[in-house]
Design a protein around this ligand. Structure first.
Ligand code: NAP
Ligand code: ZN
Ligand code: ZN
Length: 352
């Protein structure tokens, strides 16, 4: 397979910092699009993976699955995009296309397994993992590329490709809308999108944060009420009040405290993916016939639907732009909750 050498930023081992490296990208095949990457969001999953916190990371690891860029070339069978289009790539770049779930538009649950944008076996380059968006360019099959609404700021749209769809999909699945009281837990990259999207869907939104510094801002993001989750008195006020809770916390926390805030038949969906199991007490769900659930990103068609919804409602992420050489520092800041609310890498800083 013919390849080109591309500059990227990644790591060789779980304990090593990210550094500049060269990677190989396949030359576009007939169904491929070559994308010059303009911006890439920094998801907490990038950090979990680079440091092998979920196990089984493949090295070298080039993270990044919130990609926006410009189409610079297309294969001769490409019909959905043209050179010059501003496009997005999220968490997956391929799937089997034949299983029950691929056919239903749930490619993220593809039975043989979806191909992640990074850290998956590359179907084209033998014995190589896929490499993500912390790089100059990427080559992706057109069926896994998204159209970006023209009215949205390009850099602030990048986080929609993971944080946007990961919150939109469960909010929609659990019928969040007018008349529903919804909790969003953890106001990071995912959580702040969850607040904005739940509000735009018409719900009454209650934000839960451990950070006093985010208290006032959560209201600006769209929350109707904000709770400092460390304060049991503030938590108690919401006992049995919420129809649905979206939990976007990246670390250990007490799930039972949140299950107690659900109404009868309420559901809590986990999108945050902490390293360690989260113990659930039987009586936290038995009483009130509650559901403890999970959700992972969303399918390709649903991701486009989310982008169009965000275009119509003028929703983008609140971002802090960084240069690529600030990435290791950005990871430390993610761990201390010091981001409002998504780092986005200006990829010009890698190219120059
Ligand atoms: P993030 O920006 O770092 O936000 C996580 C938030 O969790 C923090 O801002 C903080 O919010 C809260 N938090 C952090 N440590 C905490 C602790 N010890 N106790 C309580 N709260 C704590 O991360 P993200 O990018 O939004 O990702 C969140 C999680 O979702 C990660 O685990 C990520 O891997 C996962 N994820 C899952 C999917 C999926 O498909 N399911 C997709 C993308 C990401 P406050 O300051 O407001 O408390
Ligand atoms: Zn992500
Ligand atoms: Zn499949």
């Amino acid at each position: 397979m013919e390849t080109s050498t591309v500059k990227a930023f990644g790591t060789e081992a779980a304990e090593a910092p990210l550094n500049q490296m060269n990677i190989q990208r396949r030359k576009p095949t007939p169904h491929d699009i070559e994308i010059d990457i303009l911006f890439c969001g920094v998801c907490h999953s990038d950090l979990h993976t680079a440091r092998s916190e979920w196990g089984a990371a493949m090295y070298p690891c080039v993270p990044g699955h919130e990609i926006v860029g410009k189409v610079i070339s297309i294969g001769n069978h490409v019909s959905k995009f043209k050179v010059g289009d501003i496009v997005g790539v999220g968490c997956m770049v391929d799937s089997c296309r034949e299983c029950q779930y691929c056919k239903e538009g749930l490619e993220q649950f593809c039975e043989p397994g979806m191909t992640g944008t990074y850290n998956s076996p590359d179907k084209f380059l033998q014995d190589m993992p896929t490499f993500g968006g912390y790089s100059e360019s990427v080559v992706v099959d057109e069926n896994y590329v998204l159209h970006i609404p023209e009215n949205l700021d390009v850099a602030a749209t990048a986080p929609l490709l993971c944080a946007g769809i990961t919150t939109y999909s469960p909010l929609k699945h659990w019928n969040v809308g007018p008349g529903k009281k919804v909790g969003v837990v953890g106001i990071g990259g995912l959580g702040h999108m969850g607040i904005k999207i739940a509000k735009a869907m018409g719900a009454y939104v209650v934000a839960f944060t451990t950070s006093e510094s985010k208290f006032a801002e959560a209201q600006r993001l769209g929350a109707d009420e904000v709770v400092l989750s460390k304060d049991p008195e503030q938590m108690k006020k919401f006992t049995g009040q919420l129809h649905f809770i979206l939990d976007a916390v990246s670390a250990q926390h007490d799930i039972n405290a949140y299950l107690s805030l659900l109404k009868v038949d309420g559901s809590l969906a986990l999108v945050g993916a902490p390293e360690q199991p989260l113990p659930v007490a039987a009586f936290s769900i038995i009483i009130g016939r509650k559901s403890f659930a999970g959700s992972m990103i969303g399918g390709i068609a649903e991701t486009q639907e989310m982008l169009d919804f965000c275009g119509e409602n003028n929703i983008t992420a609140d971002i802090e732009m960084i240069d690529i050489n600030q990435i290791n520092d950005a990871y430390e800041r993610l761990l201390s909750g010091d981001v409002k609310y998504r780092f986005v890498i200006d990829m010009a800083s890698l190219k120059n």
